[in-house]
Write a protein of this length. Structure first.
Length: 379
């Protein structure tokens, strides 16, 4: 057992060194070339040096999750396995009774670890990365607070039969300007809250200069239940509502997401999609297909790194007389074919031509299955 653990540490050490070089190299390469193309935009937006650094800190995790981590793992794994094969170390390990699947354990563990990182980034970082990047790019152009105000919004919570009409929404503070909330009550009556300002604090909305009107069931006229004379200008109303500023931001993001952007990659978290579908019982079939494809894509994305390991192992770990570099080139070709299939499949799912589950999981099933079949034939 001690010898096996020693072997695992050795294999991981030989993998981590080229993996570190690949990660750093890809990031430096991307930032350098992106900076060349973006420098005029940064200057036009009057960004300072620290703003540019912050911009790349915000945007780089998306690149890591979608491209850099899987490709770096592939290249590092091919390099490490090719070296082991060149010096007949794999032959010695297998001659000592260590099977190929046992040799692959540290590589699969690294693939699972990278998959966890991909999931954490896609679920907790990417949903807000685009908005943060926009704020950074525009912070030197607008007057203080002006850039954070959205135009008028009309949002619906179909499950609760509640409609929000918001004059302006401050994306940074969560403050509402000129909100109007219409709600159908369970007894058949309707309530309208019309206010000048709304702030969310400690789990409830606080509306200032508020006016409340209720239309009883089977009546056509709203009856005012809140003072409306000119002397009452600072009246406040505390209301417990399930909608939060985070919900409003999520609604804005999903409503503004086009099918073209959704086909380019994962833009929404599982939590955002789940909440949106739960609150919108009636939804356009095309939009539902787009959201469900994004949902399944988020579930399938963490397995990309494991698929990369399964693709690399059978080509780079073969023993005997063979051209190692031909195997390496073949595995790179198949891996990039997997990424192309992933994009095509995602686009077909977003457009509604493929079921969301099939669109998200087909690349993993095809490429991972091919890797398993090839790996079982390695001698």
């Amino acid at each position: 057992m001690a010898k096996v653990r020693l072997l695992d540490r050795y294999l991981l050490r030989e993998l981590l060194v080229p993996l570190g070089y690949c990660l750093c190299g890809f990031l430096v390469f991307y930032v350098s070339f992106d900076l060349i193309f973006q420098i005029n935009r940064f200057q036009d937006n009057r960004l300072q040096f620290l703003d540019i650094i912050e911009y790349y800190v915000v945007t780089l995790p998306e690149l890591l999750a979608e491209q850099v981590l899987p490709v770096s793992l592939l290249l590092a794994l091919l390099y490490a396995l090719t070296n082991h094969s060149r010096y007949h170390e794999l032959t010695a390990m297998r001659a000592a009774g260590v099977g190929l699947w046992r040799i692959a354990v540290p590589y699969l563990a690294m693939g699972a670890f990278f998959g966890l990182i991909v999931w954490l980034i896609s679920e907790f970082w990417l949903p807000s990365a685009g908005e943060h990047a926009r704020v950074i790019m525009e912070r030197r152009l607008a007057l203080p607070g002006q850039m954070d105000l959205t135009p008028q919004l009309v949002l619906n919570n179909e499950t609760a039969h509640r409609k929000w009409i918001i004059g302006h929404f401050n994306t940074r503070t969560g403050e509402l300007l000129d909100p109007k909330i219409t709600e159908d009550m369970k007894d058949g009556s309707s309530r309208v809250i019309d206010a000048h300002r709304g702030v969310y604090r400690e789990g409830e909305w606080i509306f200032s200069e508020a006016h409340v009107a209720i239309r009883p069931a089977q009546e056509q006229v709203y009856i005012s239940t809140w003072p409306t004379n000119a002397a009452v200008t600072n009246a406040t109303l505390n209301v417990l509502l399930p909608e939060t500023p985070a919900w409003i931001k999520s609604e804005i993001k999903i409503n503004n997401l086009s099918a073209t952007d959704a086909a380019k990659g994962l833009r929404l978290s599982v939590r955002e999609i789940h909440d949106y579908l739960r609150l919108h019982e009636q939804i356009d079939p095309r939009k539902k297909a787009m959201l469900l494809t994004q949902w399944q894509g988020n579930l399938a994305a963490p397995f990309t790194c494991l698929v990369v390991v399964l693709i690399a192992l059978p080509f780079a770990a073969r023993t005997g007389r063979h051209n190692v570099f031909v195997g390496v080139a073949a595995s790179i070709f198949i891996c990039f074919g997997y990424f192309i299939l992933q994009r095509i499949s995602l686009g077909l799912g977003v457009a509604g031509y493929l079921p969301p589950v099939l669109a998200a999981w087909l690349p993993n099933i095809v490429s991972g299955g091919a890797g398993l079949v090839l790996l079982s034939r390695v001698r």
